[in-house]
Write a protein that binds this ligand. Structure first.
Ligand code: PLP
Length: 468
């Protein structure tokens, strides 16, 4: 199949992946990849992925690779769904594009808005569409500031987030995020963004119980509000589980305390569900897993299972009523907001998740199995913690479990382990010295077994490489 496509490409005198070396040279010469060290990639050459099915992807050499990351935490219904391709083709033939700017809509956009209002928790009844998680979070920042402006408090514009948070890569989304390496490269965070410590129990828990620590970590929000001035703080943003930050799972006590603090100060609460949404934690949304009542919800990734670029902002009643009743025209939007093909695909994706009971599967069957099997790795001398819920997990490697003592320099051991996994044809990602995994919701029990056994072998090899 890939040969046909590539022959077509060749007819246009473009590089041909049948000749891997030439194709890799063309890729290195012309293609700037996201989050990539360009010289490093040019030396190594890109792996060309040509097809996929279920939880498996294939490269141009015919190697089958188990995708323990569901692409980038997004292919919830798994690869190779003909229904989604059919819906896209049908919608493209019927109406490939029309905008939703000037008092127009399309059937898929309105139907998806209504469906999302139904699926998300009560009080989130309005939807604004964008194309990526980053754009959705930018949209939220604009709505938050507009909300406080309309309430006569234009100086209430500071948004508090957390270290290691990931909310996207535009200037605003990266400022919301707590990735210092990103900040350092391009003068971020922009003014008006603050970061508190995350509820990272393994690193900061000390002698506290998880619940004591959850309260203490949430108190960092109260302290920062007092430092900034409660009259300046507009909103707090959090992922239910910090994904790209290393799968940091909050203790049960954390979010109730965060919620209390936000309510006490009238601060808007934004829950970024870009990773946790659409079944990953065993509920439709991470907010349900952690009992969070949010004023905004960021949705992307699993909304279309990555088959089309689409994101959505769920806007709570408090903000929606202000914007609708008092706001006049809101000067914000994207050419592709509510793109009919993306919306049609998202609707069909949601139908699949519901009809195949994938959320229940994660909650009752494959999620507990995945977590139980991964926790067997805790007996390995290098594994300091296995944490996660449903089909998202982090396996943190430490030099010594006693303490724990973390590796120095940070990230070295994690990278070695990740490279062993990739060479063994199982995709996991390294975050600092942790391995993170979030496979498609359709991963089988046998594939989970294969993933866990491969990871154990790769941790053994990492231990040998480090001479421990
Ligand atoms: C929690 C979270 N928010 C936002 C984003 C940004 O999404 P995008 O890459 O679609 O802009 C990501 C991406 O990984 C994410 O994990």
């Amino acid at each position: 199949m890939h040969r046909n496509i590539l022959n077509e490409i060749n007819m246009n005198k473009l590089p041909n992946a049948d000749d891997d070396a030439a194709f890799q040279a063309a890729d290195a010469a012309h293609h700037l990849h996201p989050f990539t060290d360009y010289k490093g990639l040019a030396a190594e050459g890109s792996r060309v992925i040509v097809r996929a099915e279920g939880s498996t992807i294939w490269d141009s050499k015919g190697t089958a690779i188990l995708d323990g990351m569901a692409g980038l935490w997004c292919v919830n219904v798994g690869y190779g769904r003909p229904e989604l391709a059919d819906v896209a083709a049908r919608q493209m033939r019927e109406l490939p594009y029309y905008n939703t700017f000037f008092k127009t809509t399309t059937e898929p956009a309105t139907a998806l808005a209504a469906r999302l209002a139904e699926l998300t928790p009560d009080g989130l009844e309005h939807v604004f569409f964008a194309n990526s998680g980053s754009e959705a979070n930018d949209t939220i920042v604009r709505m938050v500031r507009r909300y406080w402006q309309l309430h006569g408090q234009p100086d209430r514009n500071v948004i508090i987030s957390r270290e290691y948070a990931y909310h996207g890569s535009t200037m605003v989304a990266a400022s919301l995020g707590g990735m210092t390496a990103m900040h350092k490269q391009t003068g971020m965070p922009l003014p008006g963004f603050e970061h508190i410590r995350p509820p990272y129990y393994l690193r900061d828990g000390g002698n506290m119980t998880p619940d004591e620590f959850g309260i203490a970590a949430a108190q960092a929000l109260e302290e920062r509000i007092q430092t900034v001035g409660p009259e300046r703080v507009a909103a707090f943003i959090a992922e239910p589980i910090q994904g790209a930050g290393g799968v940091i799972v909050p203790p049960d006590s954390y979010f109730p305390e965060i919620q209390r603090i936000c309510r006490r100060h009238g601060i808007l609460l934004i829950v970024d569900e870009v990773i946790c949404g659409f079944g990953r934690t065993g509920n439709w949304f991470g907010a349900e897993t952690f009992g969070i009542q949010a004023d905004f919800m960021t949705l992307a990734k699993g909304l279309s299972s990555g088959y089309m670029p689409i994101s959505a902002v769920m806007v709570g009643d408090r903000v929606a009523r202000t914007l609708i009743d008092e706001g006049g025209e809101f000067y914000h939007g994207f050419t592709y907001s509510g793109h009919p093909v993306a919306c049609a695909v998202a609707l069909e994706n949601l139908r699949i998740i519901e009809d195949e009971r994938l959320v229940e599967r994660v909650r009752d069957d494959i999620g507990p199995y995945f977590q139980t099997r991964l926790r067997e790795l805790m007996d390995h001398p290098l594994v300091g913690e296995v944490r996660g819920i449903g089909l998202i997990a982090g396996i943190e490697l430490v030099r010594d479990k006693d303490g724990p003592v973390f590796f120095q320099p940070e990230g070295h051991a994690g990278t070695i382990c990740r490279d062993h996994c990739v060479r063994s044809n199982v995709i996991l990602r390294a975050v600092r010295d942790g391995m993170v995994t979030a496979p498609p919701l359709v991963i089988t029990h046998a594939e989970v077994d294969h993933l866990v056994e491969t990871v154990r072998r790769c941790i053994d090899r990492t231990q040998a490489d480090l001479g421990l």
